[in-house]
Design a protein around this ligand. Structure first.
Ligand code: FAD
Length: 545
């Protein structure tokens, strides 16, 4: 394969490669490795100054994965698995970042990554059948294929509150936490947001701060992580037969190898249900509680309500002040329809004398002022405001490259004006040789992302290699196939409870964003089968030229 041209030695001319990848996180790194092995020359363009993606940017106190780390790992190379041992059941952000750096070094990936390089625009040229990608730094890139591995939780949502510019204290975003850390000792701190990042950081911020005020709009279901060493039973299964364990994950609904439950809630007595629930609670595992209680909890409101009640009981028991406990209890969405969280001491933190909870449903924030936060009822003076307000999920980072221009000058944001459309969540009609990793239409955020990322990257790279070997230059989804996928997506989400919650899965957290369940709800294993079937049926739904 041709050696990829370096930014420094192309002068003003575009860098010529077979494949341009955007992003050097979990997905971009694996793509580079696979592309190279397939004999395709590639460059990855990355805004940050190092690899890691999510684990590069999210350095807030308490940042960890919440899928057990033995599952949240690459599985493509058994030698890599042998060479790395996780220290905890849920690894911290620094450890995961070290792991991704270790992977980058082990496969010598950094030489094909252009860091501090933000991709600005991408344009398909019909005549040359190539993408032209402009960047913030160094030459443009001309490539046959364009893969966005830009992450589905990588574009932080800008604050929607007036007056942010007036605030005289310090402002931080969990998703852009300073590398040197933040000293909160003796300070009055506000945390806005109680999603995963808020729930992970609040207990640790409360320990440091003089006073912490938490601003909550939507209460979330959070379960104790019970972090520690990887549990012996899970580790035993993995080490007993690694290949079988990984294969079971690939065929599972969530990307974590748990068996499918078949017993439904009403077949169990109260005592049996409670016993299952207590076991799940003690396991400290999201996927366990989401999949192992009873088969109807994710698809039937009654089966779900039982789980909700049991969790609310736990919240009531953990929080001493009944009023605070009531505010912390989710009551507007089915359990699992909004991303549940894993926590360490989250609810107990509200028993601390230096922590106050503000219910934004009763007193919305009016403005941020020079000295703090003003609600309809009071002014709360603080030294530090932490925005844990989440991301413009799934489409934010893709649409931030603007415009992405496909055939006949059509731009992706126009095509997606009423919501994202795709075929298989991987491709878009009218955008030849364009691919997304864990974009809308993929199982993505409803799965263990490590498994989905490997599957997507394998599928895409295998297709590119096959295309080349068969003498084709382009592949493009047909409009019909795309419409069919939309219908199938809708059918799958109809049988789950996701459509009953307004969440970042549905675009509800970003004002003005099109609404609809964005991830594919049909499960990781079934999704994989469909992708494979598309190939075995002669690239069903694609036009090759
Ligand atoms: P990312 O890691 O987001 O990487 C994308 C990269 O693309 C970034 O480095 C970004 O800088 C770069 N980029 C984007 N746009 C541009 C551009 N225009 N130009 C140049 N570069 C660009 N998933 C799980 O499965 N389990 C978990 O436990 C889990 N925990 C998480 C915890 C947190 C705090 C967060 C935020 C996410 C978590 N996730 C988890 C989801 C996580 O994002 C994925 O697991 C995975 O890390 C995504 O990898 P990626 O490479 O697809 O994207």
């Amino acid at each position: 394969a041709m050696v990829a041209a370096r930014a420094s030695d192309t002068g003003g001319k575009p860098q010529q490669v077979d494949v341009a990848v955007v992003g050097a996180g979990f997905a971009g790194l694996y793509l580079l490795h696979r592309l190279r092995k397939a004999g395709l020359n590639a460059v990855a363009l990355e805004e940050a100054d190092d690899v890691g993606g999510t684990w590069y940017w999210n350095r807030y106190p308490g940042a960890r994965c919440d899928i057990q780390t033995i599952d949240y790992s690459y599985t493509f190379d058994p030698e890599l698995e042998k060479a790395w041992t996780w220290s905890e059941k849920y690894a911290t952000q620094p450890e995961i970042l070290r792991y991704l750096g270790f992977v980058a070094d082990r496969y010598d990936l950094r030489r094909d990554i252009r860091f501090k390089t933000k991709v600005k625009e991408a344009t398909w040229d019909d005549a040359s059948e190539r993408w032209l990608i402009t960047t913030s730094n160094g030459p443009a890139v001309s490539s046959r294929h364009y893969i966005m591995a830009t992450g589905c939780l990588s574009a932080p949502k800008p604050p929607e509150i007036e007056g942010v510019g007036d605030f005289r204290g310090e402002i931080y975003f969990t998703g852009r936490w300073p590398h040197e850390g933040v000293n909160l000792a003796g300070k009055r701190v506000a945390v806005i947001g109680t999603g995963s990042s808020g729930i992970q950081s609040i207990p640790l911020i409360a320990e440091q701060a003089a006073h912490l005020t938490v601003f909550q709009r939507t209460p979330n279901f959070a379960l104790p992580a019970h972090n520690g060493p990887a549990p012996a039973d899970r580790l035993g299964l993995l080490q007993g037969d690694r290949a079988a364990y990984r294969e079971q994950a690939r065929q599972s609904m969530t990307g974590v190898p748990y068996p499918q439950q078949t017993v439904v809630s009403w077949q169990l007595s109260d005592a049996e249900r409670r016993e299952r629930f207590e076991r799940a609670w003690a396991a400290g595992d999201l996927v366990h509680i989401l999949t192992q209680l009873w088969a109807d909890q994710g698809v039937d409101v009654d089966g779900n309500k039982i789980v909700q009640d049991l969790i609310r009981e736990k919240i009531r028991a953990a929080v001493k002040d009944p009023e605070t406990a009531a505010v912390l209890m989710p009551d507007d969405h089915p359990f699992g329809a909004k991303r549940p969280c894993l926590d360490t001491n989250y609810y107990a933190t509200y028993n601390r004398p230096n922590v106050t909870l503000v219910n934004l449903r009763q007193e919305p924030i009016k403005a941020i002022t020079a000295s703090g936060i003003a609600t309809g009822k009071r002014n709360i003076d603080v030294d530090v405001i932490v925005f844990a307000t989440g991301f413009d999920a799934m489409t934010g980072a893709i649409k931030a490259v603007h415009p992405i221009t496909g055939r006949s000058g059509k731009s992706l944001s126009d095509v997606w004006a009423h919501g994202p459309e795709s075929y298989l969540g991987l491709t878009v009609a009218g955008f030849p040789n364009f691919f997304m990793i864990t974009g809308p239409g993929s199982p993505s955020v409803l799965s263990n992302m490590a498994v989905s990322i490997e599957q997507h990257a394998d599928w895409v790279v295998d297709r590119l290699a096959a295309l080349r070997d068969q003498g084709f230059t382009t592949m493009e989804a047909t409009d019909k196939a795309q419409a069919g996928w939309a219908q199938h997506m809708a059918d799958c989400s109809m049988v789950t409870l996701h459509r009953l919650a307004n969440t970042w899965y549905t675009g509800a957290n970003v004002p003005g964003k099109a609404q609809g369940v964005m991830p594919y709800c049909g499960g990781v294993g079934p999704y994989r089968s469909i992708c494979d079937e598309v190939v075995s049926r002669g690239m069903l739904g694609f036009k090759l030229t």
